[in-house]
Design a protein around this ligand. Structure first.
Ligand SMILES: [Fe+2]
Length: 190
């Protein structure tokens, strides 16, 4: 079996388990932890995800997303994120659940408490941080806010799995640190 076929089979098997977990447990923190464990198992098979299979295009400014799988109805969208530059996002939600796991490198996730109010009158505060690297992952409920921080100097490869794909998400919010207010953040893969 080719590496690509082996990778696709491993992805298919992992997502089969993920669908079953969600169907049996619904969207709960415990379910997401179980989903995270499945995805950590996939991500730690780093030999299936070599750097040469996921090159960053020259015009991508050092960060690239590859869609590895998505159901016909937009559910269970799995991205590979590859980055070798400084990447940081503002705090944002997803309106769907998300699980991020590490293959190589480090993606620091800051998880925020509260939702800050509709206009950011109560600014978000960092509740805790999760260093997502090989063997670890982070779980996000649909209304959780997080931010992502990646440093240059190495290839960072992470699997991002979302309950619903970005093309289908509406009403996402990001917290703008400059204006201290929320604004729309739809359809961006982060
Ligand atoms: Fe995100």
């Amino acid at each position: 079996m080719s590496r690509t076929a082996e990778r696709n089979q491993a992805i298919s098997e992992a997502l089969g388990q993920v669908r079953s977990i969600e169907a049996e447990q619904g969207v709960t923190r415990k379910a997401l932890e179980d989903i995270r464990d499945v995805m950590v198992g996939l991500a730690t098979r780093a030999e299936l995800f070599p750097e040469e299979d996921f090159p960053i295009p020259d015009d991508a400014n050092g960060e690239w997303f590859d869609v590895l799988s998505v159901d016909d109805d937009g559910r269970f969208e799995l991205y590979m994120e590859v980055a070798n530059v400084h990447v940081t996002t503002p705090p944002h939600d997803h309106t769907t659940w998300a699980v991020v796991t590490g293959i190589r490198g480090l993606e620091l996730n800051k998880i925020y408490e509260g939702d800050g109010g509709p206009k950011g009158e109560a600014p978000l505060k960092v509740d805790h941080e999760v260093a997502v690297k090989a063997g670890t992952g982070v779980c996000l409920m649909p209304d959780d806010f997080h931010s992502i921080h990646i440093e240059p100097g190495q290839i960072n490869m992470h699997l991002h799995l979302y309950g619903l794909g970005f093309a289908h998400l509406k009403g996402r919010k990001m917290f703008d640190e400059a204006t201290r207010e929320y604004r729309s953040f739809d359809s961006l893969p982060s």
